[in-house]
Design a protein around this ligand. Structure first.
Ligand code: V0V
Length: 140
């Protein structure tokens, strides 16, 4: 079902400060950065060696962002665990059949034109699980 850990998402208040921290403390470099208006985030992907898995730093774009709400309630830290899948529609359907709530009826646009959906954290042991079907032409 899942082919690898795509990324681990961390909520941060200030994206530039967080990027600087990860660069200085852990020698990690940004491989992709973008703003996703629909998701209400500014985000950066940082490579974890050559593993293919990334760290995703997520900063809120505005006060109504899910990340703003998360920061207010829980403070900065781990917000989500994302798995790579080859077909997000098929995996979402399988998980629905298994009784898990998917957040969206249809996949939405994620990082670098990936297609994404989420399993509600209350149905996944307290973990916000993201499913990521990568765009064909990307390596992150
Ligand atoms: C909320 N809860 C969480 C959680 N967020 N538990 C674990 N991890 C999280 N991230 C718990 C919370 O403690 C509450 O538990 C309960 O769920 C309801 O929380 P809430 O504060 O009322 O929050 P809601 O219901 O307003 O929103 C929660 C959901 C929301 C998960 C529905 O955050 C959401 O829609 N997330 C998906 C979109 C997203 O995260 N976008 C930003 C990343 P108690 O207190 O009732 O026990 S964008 C992204 O990842 C991109 C672009 C990408 O990867 O490509």
């Amino acid at each position: 079902m899942f082919t690898q850990i795509d990324h681990v998402g961390i909520a941060v208040a200030d994206l530039d400060e967080a990027i600087e921290f990860y660069r200085k403390a852990f020698d990690m470099e940004v491989v992709h950065e973008e703003t996703n208006e629909e998701q209400g985030v500014r985000e950066a992907m940082l490579a974890v060696g050559g593993s293919g898995s990334c760290l995703q730093l997520l900063a809120p774009l505005n006060e109504s962002s899910t990340i703003a709400k998360f920061l207010e309630k829980s403070g900065p830290g781990l917000q989500q665990l994302a798995y790579t899948v080859t077909d997000v529609d098929a995996v979402s359907e399988t998980l629905r059949e298994r009784g898990l709530r998917l957040l969206y009826p249809e996949a939405r646009r994620g990082t670098a034109n990936s297609r994404i959906n989420f399993v509600h954290p209350k149905d996944a042991g307290g973990v916000l699980v993201e499913l990521v079907e990568k765009a064909k032409d990307t390596d992150h």
